[in-house]
Design a protein around this ligand. Structure first.
Ligand code: FUB
Ligand code: ZN
Length: 679
């Protein structure tokens, strides 16, 4: 393993025309909007109850400390609590999902990254208000989870499988580290460490066995360890990983304890029942991505951190198997994961339906976490290819181009007439939503995009790896010496990229990924050698070692023609269908450009060669678009449902395709990524 690490966010200024717009959209629209949502001030949107719960929990903590009575929240069913229909919320009650705290934590994390990029006193004040509210909601022993504080803190840690308090802890910790890095303040970090202390008094080597039902605490604890240097956090993360999937299942044991209290018979304690939670086998024995997709991706990211920090070869091998399972059998062409809405989960290998897809935005965000960590372990271009696939397609699809509404589920085909009427498609929304009762996705997009700079480069002492062609200015170090770099690129236009050393002098290697979409073809030239020949290493990176100095410039041209893609024949939902891609963008057809009944379109197999590229105006932005000669099947005469098979009658048409992420920004209508091939 040759470990590389992301360059600090502060040192990477994203200048890319496309991504700068996305990152500033998050700052301008999404973050202020989410603050309103967290305060339940968005008319017509589902209330978040985040600040409501924090304030109620703070009153409960104060009251109990003063020996006063505080009413417990009544009416909790399963993992949610809502006011009765038509009733006003009780100010002292917990509302929302059991993991509602995490929405605000993710928001603070996103704000922190934005503050690192550029200070903003108003934003900092809003985040400070949230931080103060969180600290006030913390119990004296460090416990911090408004659900249990308000429903009965004596039940804390009794249902790790379903009730997410370790998940909330994980998000709190991610936020706390980011907040410290942004502001230098340790207020939230102290809260996270006190909560960690409370968790460690209960769980850990020699104490109770247990692990999170929804992963994230693992990667958060590793981050806390790296921030503080306190090895107890690393060891707790390793403990959670080691307990997971071992016998007897801790989830089964805790369930039996609950059942005994309810007078119910005990159930078998075998781990095999917990594939949904990735707790059916020990993590080092994992062979397949399974269960809840976000959980699986967060676990994989935590496992990759463990491999990096401990050099554990078995853990690394498990990460590699998971990677292969996801990318060879379970990945949508749009970089989404999660083939079934049943349990928001990975489905069987090759089961990747387009219209009933789940492809949760959070799961694509989680895939980026996993991919970036795999890149840290070994710079393989395919890790960056997949990260890019998620980043340019499903992740931005989760957010409207005005930053004001969001998709949770990201189908690859949608027909509003069906989404709105067919129960089987109840999870697929025909239009983006202002907010969700379970609002995990919007703040996840915000935190990923706000920290985008951390996905572009990683570095070792003597090598800087450029993984993504996102234009940026970077203050890096190479063999201990500072080097300022500028990358010019705009993948919405073409595959040209230029890396210029703007300041400094240092000896070492710059390694440039050859994007998978270029088909391994490229030309390169350098300011000191116009006809530079630079063979890619087997890992897919072009390496240049020299004494770099201001004025050095390397340019690349990665061919970016329109491509027609087919799925592996085992993907039965895509039989005889194709989709278009150009560079990192996957394209889709929308009703707005192509009329209704998109399923009647037929694409000739030479369509990519005849495709014409143009810039289309979509929701006020200029986007790369394609015009492709194609066909539309005519409806036959008569109303017979079946007829003797024969050639279809086709009419010539011209297909217009826009990037998938931009669909549904021009009103409601049909959309398809995969289109039938002309027979
Ligand atoms: O359970 C917490 C989050 O809510 C998950 O990551 C999402 O899939 C949604 O269920
Ligand atoms: Zn989500």
């Amino acid at each position: 393993m040759s470990i590389s690490r992301p360059l600090p966010l502060r040192q990477v200024n994203v200048t890319d025309p496309f991504w700068r717009q996305e990152v500033s959209l998050v700052r301008r629209e999404v973050i202020p909007y989410q603050w309103e949502a967290l305060n339940d001030r968005v008319p017509g949107a589902a209330p978040s109850y985040f600040m409501h719960n924090m304030r109620a929990a703070a009153r409960a903590v104060r009251a109990r400390k003063a020996g006063q009575y505080f009413p417990l929240t009544q009416g909790v069913t399963g993992i949610t609590s809502f006011p009765p229909e038509g009733a006003a919320p009780d100010p002292d009650y917990f509302y929302g999902f059991v993991f509602q705290d995490s929405d605000g934590y993710k928001w603070i994390e996103a704000v922190s990254y934005q503050l690192i990029l550029q200070d903003d006193p108003a934003l900092r004040r809003a985040a400070q208000e949230a931080v103060d509210a969180i600290r006030e909601a913390q119990e004296e022993d460090g416990y911090l989870d408004t659900f249990y504080t308000l429903t009965g803190v004596e039940n804390a840690f009794t249902n790790l499988r379903d009730n997410h308090e370790l998940y909330c802890f994980g998000h709190l910790t991610e936020a706390a580290v980011a907040w410290k890095q942004a502001t230098g303040q340790t207020d939230l970090l102290d809260a996270a460490c006190r909560f960690a202390g409370c968790i460690m008094r209960r769980f850990g080597p020699g104490r109770e066995r247990g692990c999170p039902g929804h992963e994230i605490a693992e990667m958060a604890l590793f981050r806390l360890y790296e921030e503080t240097g306190d090895v107890r956090y690393r060891d707790l993360a390793l403990f959670f990983l080691d307990v997971r999937g071992t016998e007897p299942s801790t989830f089964a044991l805790e369930e039996n304890r609950r059942r005994v209290r309810q007078g119910l018979p005990e159930l078998p304690v075998t781990a095999a029942r917990y594939a949904y939670h990735q707790a059916d086998v020990p993590v080092r024995e994992t062979t397949e991505a399974r269960g809840h997709a976000v959980r699986q991706m967060y676990l994989a990211a935590g496992m990759a951190d463990a491999a990096r920090l401990t050099g554990d070869g078995e853990m690394l091998a498990a990460c590699e198997r998971l990677w292969r399972s996801v990318t060879r059998e379970k990945l949508y062409v749009t970089g989404g994961v999660g083939g079934t809405h049943v349990g928001e989960a990975f489905s069987l290998p090759y089961d990747l339906p387009a219209d009933t897809a789940y492809s949760e935005t959070c799961a694509a965000v989680g895939l980026c976490f996993f991919a970036r960590r795999m890149l840290e372990l070994s710079p393989l271009a395919e890790y960056a290819d997949v990260m890019e696939q998620a980043l340019y397609n499903t992740v931005p699809a989760g957010m409207a181009m005005d930053g004001k509404s969001f998709f949770y589920v990201n189908p690859l085909a949608a027909d509003p007439a069906y989404c709105e009427k067919d129960e089987r498609l109840a999870h697929v929304k025909a239009v983006r939503q202002k907010w969700f009762p379970c609002a995990c996705c919007p703040p996840n997009i915000a935190r990923l995009l706000s920290s985008l700079g951390q996905y572009i480069w990683t570095g070792t002492e003597d090598t800087l790896y450029l993984h993504l062609y996102i234009a940026n200015e970077t203050e890096a170090r190479l063999n201990g010496r500072p080097l300022s770099l500028r990358l010019d690129a705009d993948l919405t236009k073409d595959g040209r990229a230029a890396l210029t050393v703007t300041k400094g002098e240092a000896e070492g290697t710059l390694a440039f990924r050859v994007p998978g979409w270029s088909g391994g073809k490229y030309t390169a030239s350098a300011s000191w050698d116009e006809g530079l020949t630079l063979p890619a290493s087997p890992d897919g990176y072009l390496r240049l070692t020299r004494r770099w100095q201001a004025g050095d410039r390397v340019t690349f041209d990665f061919p970016m023609p329109a491509r027609l893609l087919a799925a592996h024949p085992m993907v039965r939902e895509m039989t005889h269908q194709v989709c278009f891609a150009k560079g990192p963008f996957v394209y889709c057809a929308e009703e707005k450009d192509n009329g209704p009944r998109l399923f009647l379109l037929r694409v000739p197999l030479n369509a990519a060669e005849t495709a014409e590229t143009f810039r289309a105006a979509v929701a006020g932005s200029e986007l790369p678009a394609l015009r492709v000669p194609a066909y539309r099947a005519e409806l036959p005469e008569g109303d017979a449902l079946y007829r003797p098979a024969g050639p279809e009658r086709l009419t010539e048409t011209v297909l217009t395709l826009i990037p998938y992420f931009a669909w549904n920004n021009r009103g409601k209508g049909e959309m398809r990524v995969w289109l039938p091939v002309k027979g």
